[in-house]
Every structure is written in C-alpha cells, then in structure tokens.
Design a protein around this ligand. Structure first.
Ligand code: NAD
Ligand code: ZN
Length: 269
C-alpha cells in the first residue's frame, strides 16, 4: 500500500532529479529565499494563501518616516513591544530552523551553494549553519547603525533612546528594514556581487515580487542561466524556471540535496 509520502516521492521525482542535475552542473549557484522557507518553522508568511497580509491587509508604509521623525519615541515603542510581543514577534523569537534551512546549509557545505540572499528577518539560515548569507531585509536579533551599517547583537533594550553607534556616533536602530527604509548599501553591494557571478539560482519559498531582492534572481535568468523554483504555490516566475516544483520546502529541499549528493558521488566514482 502506498503512503502519502510515497505518492509525494513519485509525483516530484523527475523534477527533483532535474533540479539536482542543474545544481550539480553549476559552478556558482546562489539562492533567494523568502517567508515560505520558514513556514514549516511555524512562522506565518505575509503573502500566499494563508499569508498574514492576505488575511489582514498590508501594514502602514510610512514606518521609516515615523522612525526618522522621532527615533527616541520609536525606541520607546520597540521597548514596549519587546515587553509585550505581538504574535508574529513571539513566534519568530521561538522558531527553530526546519529541514529546508538545514538542507541549504548542507548544499553550501558540499560546495554547491555559494551564497544565500534571504528576505527573511528570522535569522534561521544562520542558526542552521549558513555561512555565506545576505539578510537583505535585516535580522530581528541584530541592531544596525544607520550611518556606518555596523551591526551588533540585539540582546537587551538599550539604556538610552536612541542608542548611538560605538564607532561613529550614528543613530542605531533594529537591523530589520522597515517600509520606506533604504536597503543597507552593504547588503545591496553583496547581492550585486554574488548574483553577477552566478550561473544558476534556486528560489525557495518566495513569491518573488519584492524588489530589489527578486531582481537579483531575475538578472541571472536573463543572462540565460537556469532558475529553479521550490514553492508551495506557482508564482509569476514559475513559467521562466527550468524546473519549478510546487510543494513544501522542507521535504523538497531535503530530497534535492540528497539527490545532488548522489549525483556528485556517481560523478566521482
Ligand atoms: P511571501 O510571504 O510573499 O511569500 C511566501 C511564499 O511561500 C508564497 O508563495 C507561499 O506559497 C510559499 N510557501 C508557503 N509555505 C511554504 C512551504 N512550506 N514551502 C514552500 N513554500 C511555501 O514571502 P516573500 O516573497 O519572502 O516576501 C514577504 C516579505 O515579508 C519579505 O520581505 C520578508 O522579509 C517578510 N517576511 C519574513 C518572514 C520571516 O522572516 N520568516 C515571515 C513573513 C514575512
Ligand atoms: Zn556607526
């Protein structure tokens, strides 16, 4: 009797093998990940079928304006939210990496994946062991100077609002990038450098509609290199992908990574 897991294995086997072959052939593969990769860690997505924004609408777009107008008051609100975290903040704080984060760290360890650009702010790629990583929208566990981009751990609420940078005296905020806030230039530079070198890109758990993160992935496809999609639902980029597989990232990334290792073992035999 076949189990649901057997049926999943059968349904995607051909695509998993094609994705693995592309990854194994690549010389410089990078990844773009989004909220979907952390869904199996219990963190809700924003868009997509059960996304928070799909259900409740998008948040206000002037967050950075409010911060710039009065950083001290903004920090008061951060301190208040830290004392009484909303559901999303509490969920992110307690989340652990899932199979997809670990599979991608393993793909990096075996030399296939050279860099991950994540749009997520949960830090789970880092916890899973990813080394070459750009968190393009920042990370909830870090602080960042808006002047020199120096980052430091966000362990405790600072004593003075707004806190100042030890290096340059600039105003320090949380590292997460707010609506209206420019992406930190060091992140943009790194994304540009990594995507310029890439000859393959794998997109995992992202609707790929947020600029500029999605543009870095598109640019690789536009240069004629393969794009691979692993996402629960089809997206606007599915049609441009050499392989697009639609199911949960945890199971699929584990299988793709195992298949890549098997291809590499066969090649070296
Ligand atoms: P998104 O919310 O726009 O889209 C998520 C995609 O993931 C959807 O297409 C959905 O079908 C897919 N998905 C859902 N569950 C999945 C699963 N188990 N396996 C594979 N795919 C799954 O995400 P986005 O494109 O990353 O953009 C949203 C923005 O919101 C980003 O900028 C991100 O910073 C932020 N965000 C971050 C987190 C986080 O840090 N974990 C969570 C929510 C939103
Ligand atoms: Zn500074």
């Amino acid at each position: 009797m076949s189990t649901p897991a057997d049926q999943l294995a059968d349904e995607h086997q051909d695509s998993v093998e094609r994705a693995a072959a592309l990854l194994a052939q690549s010389h410089y593969c990078i990844a773009l990940t989004g909220a979907g990769i952390s869904a199996e860690s219990g963190i809700p997505t924003f868009r997509g079928k059960d996304g928070l924004w799909t259900k409740h609408g998008e948040p206000p777009l002037n967050q950075y304006e409010e911060f710039s107008a009065d950083p001290a008051e903004w920090w008061q609100n951060v301190a208040e939210r830290r004392r009484n975290p909303d559901e999303l903040t509490a969920t992110i704080a307690n989340a652990q990496p899932n199979d997809a984060h670990y599979a991608m760290a393993e793909l990096e360890r075996i030399g296939i994946l050279k860099h991950i650009i994540t749009q997520n702010v949960d830090g789970l790629h880092r916890v899973a062991g990813a080394q070459s990583l750009t968190e393009i929208h920042g990370c909830t566990t870090l602080l960042r100077c808006i002047n020199c981009n120096t980052r430091s751990p966000f362990d405790e609420i600072p004593e003075i609002f707004p806190p100042r940078c030890d290096k340059c005296g600039g105003i320090v905020k949380t590292d997460t990038v707010m609506f209206g806030e420019p992406i930190p230039p060091d992140c943009l530079q790194r994304c540009y450098e990594e995507s310029s070198k890439a000859d393959c890109v794998i997109l995992v758990g992202t609707t790929a509609v947020v600029s500029p993160a999605a543009d870095f992935a598109f640019a690789i496809g536009q240069r004629g290199h393969p794009m691979i999609e692993v996402n629960l639902d089809p997206t606007i980029i599915s049609q441009y992908c050499a392989v697009a597989i639609h199911d949960k990232a945890g199971e699929l990334m584990s299988r793709i990574t195992a298949e890549v290792k098997s291809v590499l073992a066969d090649d070296s035999a």
